[in-house]
Design a protein around this ligand. Structure first.
Ligand code: KG4
Ligand code: ZN
Length: 337
């Protein structure tokens, strides 16, 4: 089965084609970062307008790259949430219109399920059950993935998402938006031991996290005259160690199982190294999506849609366009509503 995936939840417009036999056929993406950079963050109205401008061309491009005609698509999967409502509705409206015109089902995909399943686009791929660390600009969650659609939330950030903490700290350092990758590059030139930041909530039991205090500590250190490179290195070390401590706890709670890290911050090199070391220590495997599939993309949406379609998921053409908030644990395995 061939599924067209459409992603438009935030500031990336993307389209991809996934085939349940042949795997990923094509994926294309337009990033709006240059549109939003001058505002220091995503402007929702501008995001929606740009999705409208780009979406049809990207879908055409994805079809051309895959060598497919529209009529050869078996379903259209779209990101239905969580995300910016206006942005979501552009993708949902386009996907449903296309599905209706082709007489094929439209499939509503949860953006975080897309991130969670992105490592399945790689080879070797993890098999269920696994323990996932979802780290993006909007989410920081540790999820016990018992099966497809069977997710138990073990812990999450009670305030800022870890990507948000990276971006806000990067902004304080004048690194632009989104600055996670730039902060990490700057950290490589600094000394991670010169400034010791707290490892928030690691002295308390459980797997919940908090990252808003770290951003404040970064602001205090910078205004005290500390070298930005050392602040970046100290900040990144604190984030990575905190996430690793929480993941070690989660592993002890659920027992040994493969680890998965996904979402934009899973592109972070020191975090990847720390999780590889943690996995080795516990004698379990660890899986990451390739860097382009850590951040937002449509390949993960096409894959998540294809898995749900083959498991009997129903058509969502008449569902409401988008859900700004949608807890991952509210999902059920496909076909079991
Ligand atoms: O998954 P994503 O593309 O969008 C959301 O669904 O939020 O994640 C974007 C986040 C941003 O906060 C960005 O700064 C962060 O991922 N990010 C990184 C790195 N690459 C992207 N953070 C730290 N290190 C990186 N190398
Ligand atoms: Zn995302």
């Amino acid at each position: 089965m061939r599924v067209l995936g459409i992603e438009s939840s935030c500031d990336e417009t993307a389209a991809a084609l996934y085939c349940s036999d042949a795997g990923l056929l094509s994926h294309v993406l337009h990033s709006q970062t240059s549109t939003h950079a001058r505002y220091g963050g995503v402007v929702p109205e501008l995001a929606s307008r740009d999705h409208v401008r780009k979406i049809a061309g990207l879908v055409r491009e994805a079809l051309n790259e895959a060598g497919l005609a529209r009529g050869e698509i078996d379903a259209v999967a779209y990101t239905a949430g969580p995300g910016l409502l206006g942005a979501l509705m552009v993708g949902a409206g386009f996907a449903k219109g296309l599905a209706l015109s082709l007489g094929r089902p439209a499939l509503a995909v949860h953006h975080m399920e897309g991130h969670l399943l992105a490592p399945l686009l790689e080879s070797p791929a993890p098999s269920f059950p696994f323990l996932a660390l979802l780290v993006s600009g909007g989410h920081t969650q540790i999820v016990d993935v018992r099966g497809h659609g069977d997710y138990r939330l073990l812990g999450e950030s009670i305030d800022d998402a870890v990507g948000e903490a990276f971006d806000k700290s990067a902004k304080l350092m004048g690194l632009g938006y989104p600055g996670g990758a730039a902060l990490s590059a700057l950290a490589r030139t600094g000394d991670p031991k010169r400034l010791r930041f707290a490892r928030p909530m690691t002295d308390r039991p459980g797997m919940d996290m908090s990252f808003s205090g770290l951003k404040t500590a970064v602001a205090v250190a910078l205004s005290g005259g500390a070298e930005p490179a050392d602040v970046a290195a100290g900040f990144e070390a604190a984030v990575v160690e905190t996430l690793t401590i929480k993941m070690a706890r989660a592993l002890r709670a659920v027992g040994p199982r493969p680890l998965v890290a996904a979402g934009g911050v899973a592109a972070n090199e020191p975090l990847r190294r720390a999780l590889v070391a943690l996995a080795a220590e516990h004698d379990v495997a660890v899986f990451f999506p390739r860097l382009a599939f850590c951040t937002d993309n449509a390949a993960m949406i096409a894959l998540a849609g294809a898995l749900r379609l083959s498991a009997g998921e129903q058509d969502a053409t008449s569902a409401f366009g988008g859900l700004a908030r949608w807890p991952l644990a509210a999902l059920s395995p496909p076909g079991r509503e």
